[in-house]
Write a protein that binds this ligand. Structure first.
Ligand SMILES: *Cc1c(COP(=O)(O)O)cnc(C)c1O
Length: 425
């Protein structure tokens, strides 16, 4: 067997079963090619991708401009480590900090690493700037959060599957209810040792929970009043997914399409990943202003691959595509159509209870118990009918297509979804 040998779907699945750790439970479909909003399986069947690799492929599969930037850089210089400078990283840092409106960027590779980075920065800031006594800093997080799977991050998860038998757990986290301002206020008042509040603008993995209007702005204000850092994990919601470049832009009315002006909620620390590379390469980042980021000194933090020239070139291209193709506006427009059509559909269909979301990050709630297989079975039928989606938690199906989708394609997808569910037994 060589890397060029063609495998059937069945063979590919058997190989993973036998030789790979079973840390995922994929929908049984084996993809071998992607372009724009489409993917093809090993037998050549075409599907709409309605997951976008958990919102990493916002710019569509194999976007030619991103692939060009990546292949050009791969042939020129791929990795230097940060032991030496490279001539791409600074360019990327200038581009991204100007776009998002922060002084500095710290480059990492994966979302979980970027979250870890943000937590380390917040703790160091707490000791060196805020003046909390060493080892006393606490960070507020939300119930049902998803921030990745490292040992520290699962320490403050409340998903038993992610947590059980991975202890002992990292200390220093206080969990409060999501979208509950009163509990946030009480927690902020309960202690002088609070460094930061870490929050997802929309809880994606938990099932696309959109907080109440004004929640993020009010939470940010409370944090400010208590000299506590507001950390937004926009790994899934960022990069145009929710109809704005960032979900924390909320309802800002600035004219700038890229919204680098005056967002409604400007986090103290912004965490990005996934679509920061358009899915071409693992690229993540933490952004903050000087008074926060300058607590980091040589040796405090790093990664061999973080900030490598390929990642830098890919990220610039990926962000440029989002702006050039107005992907935030497109996500906003198509999201409205999607929710309108599915809301209409829900009224006459007993299987779908509701639809919710923002931009093109949406979910439907299936009218069945959380441990039923109904959502999974519907996803299997959607697969048969040429559309790929996956349940998040039990009875919730997330719908997050690439943002390069056209209205015609979206309407085609809506008809596949409604027809599949109508015929479902
Ligand atoms: C996916 C995700 C992460 C983790 O990113 P990885 O690249 O998988 O480590 C963190 N936070 C949020 C909100 C995510 O959706």
């Amino acid at each position: 067997m060589t890397v060029l040998d063609k495998l059937s779907s069945q063979q590919a699945i058997e190989l993973e079963e036998k030789h790979g750790a079973h840390n995922y439970h994929p929908l049984p479909v084996v993809l071998s090619r992607g372009e724009g909003v489409y993917v093809w399986d090993a037998e050549g069947k075409k599907y709409y991708d309605f997951l976008s690799a958990y919102s990493a492929v916002n710019q569509g599969h194999c976007h030619p401009k991103i692939v060009d930037a990546m292949t050009h850089q791969a042939k020129t210089l791929s990795l230097t480590s940060r032991a030496f400078y490279n001539d791409m990283l600074g360019k990327y840092e200038k581009f991204a900090t100007e776009l998002f409106g922060f002084d500095k960027l710290l480059p990492m590779n994966t979302g979980a690493e970027a979250v870890e980075t943000a937590l380390k920065i917040a703790r160091k800031w707490a000791y060196e700037v805020k003046g909390i006594k060493e080892n006393k800093a606490e960070i507020i997080v939300c119930e049902n959060n998803f921030h990745g799977r490292t040992t520290t991050i699962i320490s403050f998860s409340n998903d038993p599957v992610a947590r059980k038998n991975f202890g002992p757990y990292t200390k220093g986290f206080i969990k409060i209810e999501y979208d509950n301002l009163q509990e946030l206020q009480e927690t902020l008042e309960s202690s002088n040792n609070i460094a930061a509040f870490l929050v997802e603008p929309i809880q994606g993995e938990a099932g696309v929970f959109v907080p109440s209007e004004g929640y993020l702005a009010a939470a940010k204000k409370m944090c400010e009043d208590h000299n506590v850092l507001f950390i937004a994990d926009e790994v899934q919601t960022g990069i145009a997914r929710t109809g704005r470049l960032l979900a924390t832009c909320g309802n800002c009315t600035c004219e700038d399409k890229n919204c680098s002006g005056t967002p409604e909620v400007k986090p103290d620390i912004l965490i990005l990943g996934k679509a920061l590379s358009g899915g071409a390469y693992p690229v993540s980042a933490v952004l903050a202003n000087n008074p926060i980021m300058n607590v980091i000194a040589p040796g405090n933090h790093g990664s061999t691959f973080g900030g490598n020239p390929i990642a830098a070139a890919v990220a610039i291209a990926a962000l440029q595509v989002v702006a050039d193709e107005n992907l935030a506006d497109n996500a906003d427009k198509l999201g409205i159509i999607f929710r309108e059509e599915l809301t209409k559909f829900c009224k006459n269909n007993h299987l779908v209870e509701s639809v919710r979301g923002k931009g093109l990050l949406n979910a439907i709630l299936i009218n069945d118990s959380e441990d039923s297989s109904t959502a999974w079975d519907i996803c299997m039928k959607l697969r048969d009918n040429g559309l790929l989606a996956k349940p998040t938690h039990g009875n919730i199906i997330r719908f997050a297509p690439p943002l390069v989708m056209t209205e015609e394609q979206l309407r085609d997808c809506i008809s596949i979804i409604t027809k599949t569910i109508s015929e479902f037994k």
